[in-house]
Ligand binder design. Sequence first.
Ligand code: NAP
Length: 314
Amino acid sequence: MKTIAIKEFGAANVLTEMPLPEMTTNDNEILVGVHAFSINPMDIAGRMGQLGSPFTDEWTFPIVLGYDFAGVVQAVGANVTQYQVGDRVFGQAPTTRPGNNGAYSEAVVVTADLIAPMPAGLTFDQAAALPIAGLTAYCAIAKNLNVQPGEKVLIQGGSGGVGLFAVQIAKALGAYVATTASPSHHELLKSLNIDEVIDYHKVSPADVLHDYDAVFDTVGDIDTGLKVLKADGKLVTVAAQPTPEQQHHLQQDVMFQFTNGTPADLTTLANYVLNGQIKLSMKTMAFTAADVIQAHEEIQGRHVTGKIVIHVKD
Ligand SMILES: NC(=O)c1ccc[n+]([C@@H]2O[C@H](COP(=O)([O-])OP(=O)(O)OC[C@H]3O[C@@H](n4cnc5c(N)ncnc54)[C@H](OP(=O)(O)O)[C@@H]3O)[C@@H](O)[C@H]2O)c1
């Protein structure tokens, strides 16, 4: 089985093509042939040896990185009733798993709680772009911030993997949405009808936005978010750990979100794409070590547009 794996932690060029033995399943597991996977910042942290427990508790080299995938069920364990061979599915590789069971591979072993059926009309590449970034945005905007029609929401980092999902979900829920992005991303965000797009290189959102109901921080700038938020507003961050002072600022509700999406949430995301409320921005690259290295370097540079997807097979 072809994989892109690492034998040591380090820079992007530790990623190499490596054949590994075929995967097997136990009675509760599902073997999925991977047709596409996507890359997230947590893969970069994993490659550099910075991910930590519980993610790395079961890791031994060689490590196959990657969580997000879409593919076709190849085998099911005796206790699995929801899926059968040939089903098209998408989701996440388990976060606590042996090091060789990542998504940068021709196959991955999962349990049913981590995947959802791929609806007709979605390509493997599109489905692979959804899980971590989409679930993170959906859980923050729809669940933890519980954004309501007419509310004012600031999403810091609206052009990134998480941010582009977040701004569109907030618009779909009827919110007034402001976001921060570099100028090269303003046209895209305006084409998505985002109400205010701020060049954070020149203007702090804290100087122009006030009394916002909710803030979603995807860049690790909680203090700016708190200045924009009204006295009893709510801030969710996925990019920095709030300090005790930040958590007890006015009556503001400040939380770090560790994303736990469900199969139903994956289906909701897919439906957002199918009904046009989420337009995917993604770059598709080849299943080669050179392309995966390049993708890691681009994501590490922190200015990608949306998602980078690796196409494994049609
Ligand atoms: N806790 C969780 O469950 C969870 C889950 C998923 C992700 N995360 C974390 O969430 C963060 C975002 O993930 P992602 O996949 O969206 O990353 P990404 O795709 O790399 O997004 C980076 C974006 O951040 C923007 N940016 C960079 N520096 C900025 C700054 N100083 N101020 C404002 N915006 C800035 C860039 O926009 P411009 O190019 O327009 O400047 C870029 O589009 C990462 O730290 C990731 O580890 C956490």
